[in-house]
Design a protein around this ligand. Structure first.
Ligand code: CA
Length: 229
């Protein structure tokens, strides 16, 4: 369900927007003042996009935008501006709005902008998720190269980090020593397969409860290793 906040003090415009959003499959939440909008944002944490009118009886729309943005960096914000003055647009975008629509606008234009914003929001959410590999008690952040186990940081060397990333990206799959060597040390490396064993042993000491009875990083006899988490 795509919940959208519609902040607009003019009843006729708000009803028009709300009816059309509902028809387009959205779930609008209405507000006629800035204060009410801020309350609704708290009340419905799943609001994905906010449409904010600028001229309001209490707080101006840009201020509402700033306050929403200060509390939530992920929500999409579209300003509904009455004038097409460049100044309005600039103020809107610098207050943290993602887009603006100039009144009078058509339903088609508004929903197109909302759809585009939703696509951008979900794309960046996926990007953020791709920065992390989560398995069992382990979270590997590939942006800052940090591994945690049950929330506790596990300090890794660069090679150990690369091993963890390879294993966690291939959970449940037996990886041969030569495959691991190529992936972590590189194709042209002179390293021997034994170096894989040495590093796996060191990694086990850091991540296993009992390194002699590994449960996450198991040996596949005569072949290589497998990650199970
Ligand atoms: Ca207004």
């Amino acid at each position: 369900m795509k919940r959208i906040l519609v902040l607009e003090d003019e009843d006729s415009i708000r009803s028009f927007v709300v009816i059309n959003l509902r028809r387009a499959g959205f779930e609008p939440v209405e507000a006629s003042t800035g204060a009410m909008a801020l309350e609704k944002i708290k009340e419905y944490p799943d609001i994905g996009v906010a449409l904010l009118d600028v001229m309001l009886p209490d707080i101006d729309g840009f201020e509402v935008c700033r306050r929403i943005r200060a509390a939530d960096s992920k929500i999409g914000i579209i300003m509904l501006t009455a004038k097409s003055l460049e100044m309005d647009k600039l103020t809107g975008l610098s207050s943290g709005a993602d887009d603006y629509v100039t009144k009078p606008f058509s339903t088609a234009e508004l929903t197109a902008r909302i759809d585009a914003l939703y696509r951008r929001i979900s794309a960046s959410a996926e990007e953020a998720e791709e920065d992390e590999l989560r398995q069992g008690p382990f979270v590997l952040n590939t942006r800052n190269r940090v591994l945690t186990k049950s929330g506790e940081r596990v300090k890794l060397t660069q090679i150990e980090y690369s091993l963890m990333k390879l294993f966690m990206s291939n959970a449940g799959k037996a990886l041969s020593r030569s495959e691991i060597l190529t992936e972590v040390w590189g194709k042209d490396s002179d390293a021997e397969e034994k170096v894989v064993d040495v590093n796996v042993r060191r990694l086990r000491i850091k991540i296993e409860e009992d390194p002699t009875m590994p449960i996450y990083l198991s040996t596949v006899w005569g072949f290589g290793y497998q990650w199970n988490a």
